[in-house]
Ligand binder design. Structure first.
Ligand code: UFG
Length: 329
C-alpha cells in the first residue's frame, strides 16, 4: 500500500517507516521537522516538509501520491507542558488532526492509523489496563488524544472511514542496528535521561517520587520496544479494508517495571553505576500503568520480539552510546 506517514521523521514514526518499507509497502513521509529528524528517513523515501494542519498541501499530497492509507504520529507529547500550555496541545493534537482528517475525507482516503496513549486512561481503576476500562485522562495531553479517539468514531460513522487507534504504553529502545533511535529535545523520558547521565551530559538522574503505593515506592510502567509497537501498525491494515471499521488496541508488553528496575537493567547492560538523587513526585504521573495486550495479540496475530526490559535497554544503549548527541552525532 501507499501510506502517508505523518510525523514519520519522529521517534516512533521513523521506525514504522522502515518497517513499512521492509514489508513491501510504499511509505511517503510528511513531517514539519519541529521535532522530527530528516536524517531518520532514507533519501529514497518521498519526503514532504509540511504541517499536517495545512489542508491545501495535505490534500495535494494525498492526490499526487495516490495515498491509500494514513498513519498519524505527529503530536506534542510532554505531559507537564500540556498542563501549562493546553492550547498548544489542542491546536496541534486536536485541531490540526481534524484538518488532516478533513483532507482525507475530501480526497476519499479512508484508512487511518492513529497514535493514541495509555494517558487516555488517567488513573485506571484496575490493572492491567484492558481496552474497555473507562477513559478519564488526568492531563490535557491525554484529553487531546481521547478527543480524537472519540471524533474518529463519528467520522467513521458519517464517512465510512476505517481506523485503528493504538494506545501506546512507554515506547523505548531503538532499531537493532543502532542507526535510528530516540532523540527528543528537551529529553524527559526515563531511559534516554539515564543514558544522558551515563554519558556525562547530566550530573545525576532524578527519581521522581519514592512514596508511591508500589513495591519499591517508584512508579510502575510498561516499557515496549519501538519496533514491536511499529509491527502492530503494519499488521492492522488488513483489518481496515472493510469500510467504517473502528478498532482500539492497547500496545504494551504487559509487564510492570519500576523506575528502580529500569536503573538496574541499565546498570546490568552497561556495567556502569547510575548516579541518582531521589526527589519529589512529578505532577501528573500516575503510580502504575501497564497493559493487558490480549486483544492486540489475539486479533492482530501480533507477537513481541522484545519481552524483557534488558533486551530493550540494550538496543537503546547501542543507539545512545554511538549517538550521544542524537542525529547531530
Ligand atoms: N522518571 C524519573 N526521572 C526522570 C524521568 C522519568 O523518575 O528523569 C520517571 C517518571 O516519573 C515515570 C517513569 O520514570 O514514573 C517514566 O517516565 P517517562 O517520562 O519516561 O514516561 P511517562 O510514563 O511519563 O510518559 C509516557 C509517554 C507519554 C504518555 C505517558 C502516559 O512518554 O507520552 O506515558 O502516562 F503520556
Amino acid at each position: 500500500m501507499k501510506i502517508l506517514v505523518v510525523g514519520g521523521a519522529g521517534y516512533i514514526g521513523s521506525h514504522c517507516v522502515r518497517q513499512l518499507k521492509e514489508a513491501g509497502h510504499d511509505p511517503v513521509v510528511l513531517d514539519n521537522l519541529v521535532f522530527g529528524h530528516r536524517q531518520a528517513i532514507a533519501n529514497s523515501i518521498p519526503f514532504y516538509e509540511a504541517d499536517l494542519g495545512d489542508l491545501t498541501t495535505v490534500r495535494e499530497i494525498l492526490k499526487r501520491e495516490a495515498i491509500e492509507g494514513v498513519m498519524h504520529f505527529a503530536a506534542f507529547a510532554y505531559v507537564g507542558e500540556s498542563v501549562e500550555n493546553p492550547l498548544k496541545y489542542y491546536h496541534n493534537n486536536v485541531s490540526a488532526t481534524y484538518k488532516l482528517l478533513q483532507a482525507m475525507v475530501d480526497v476519499g482516503v479512508n484508512q487511518f492509523v492513529f497514535s493514541s496513549t495509555c494517558a487516555t486512561f488517567g488513573n485506571p481503576s484496575t490493572l492491567p489496563i484492558t481496552e474497555d476500562l473507562p477513559q478519564a485522562p488526568i492531563n490535557p495531553y491525554g484529553q487531546t488524544k481521547l478527543d480524537v479517539e472519540q471524533a474518529l468514531k463519528n467520522i467513521s460513522h458519517a464517512h465510512g472511514l476505517s481506523f485503528a487507534a493504538f494506545r501506546y504504553f512507554n515506547a523505548a529502545g531503538a532499531a537493532a542496528d543502532g542507526t535510528i533511535g530516540e532523540a527528543h529535545d528537551p529529553e524527559t523520558h526515563l531511559i534516554p535521561v539515564i543514558f544522558q547521565t551515563l554519558l556525562g551530559q547530566r550530573d545525576h538522574l532524578k527519581i521522581f517520587g519514592t512514596d508511591y503505593p508500589t513495591p519499591d515506592g517508584t512508579c510502575l510502567r510498561d516499557y515496549i520496544h519501538v519496533d514491536d509497537l511499529s509491527r502492530a501498525h503494519i499488521s492492522v491494515f488488513d483489518k481496515l479494508k472493510h469500510p467504517a471499521t473502528g478498532l482500539f488496541y492497547n500496545l504494551g508488553v504487559g509487564k510492570p517495571y519500576s523506575v528502580r528496575d529500569v536503573i538496574n537493567a541499565v546498570e546490568t547492560v552497561t556495567g556502569k553505576t547510575v548516579p541518582v538523587v531521589e526527589t519529589n513526585r512529578r505532577p501528573g504521573d500516575p503510580p502504575s500503568l501497564y497493559a493487558d495486550n490480549t486483544k492486540a495479540t489475539s486479533e492482530l496475530g501480533w507477537t513481541l520480539q522484545y519481552k524483557d526490559l534488558e533486551s530493550i535497554v540494550e538496543t537503546a544503549w547501542r543507539w545512545h552510546s554511538t549517538h550521544p548527541n542524537g542525529y547531530a552525532s
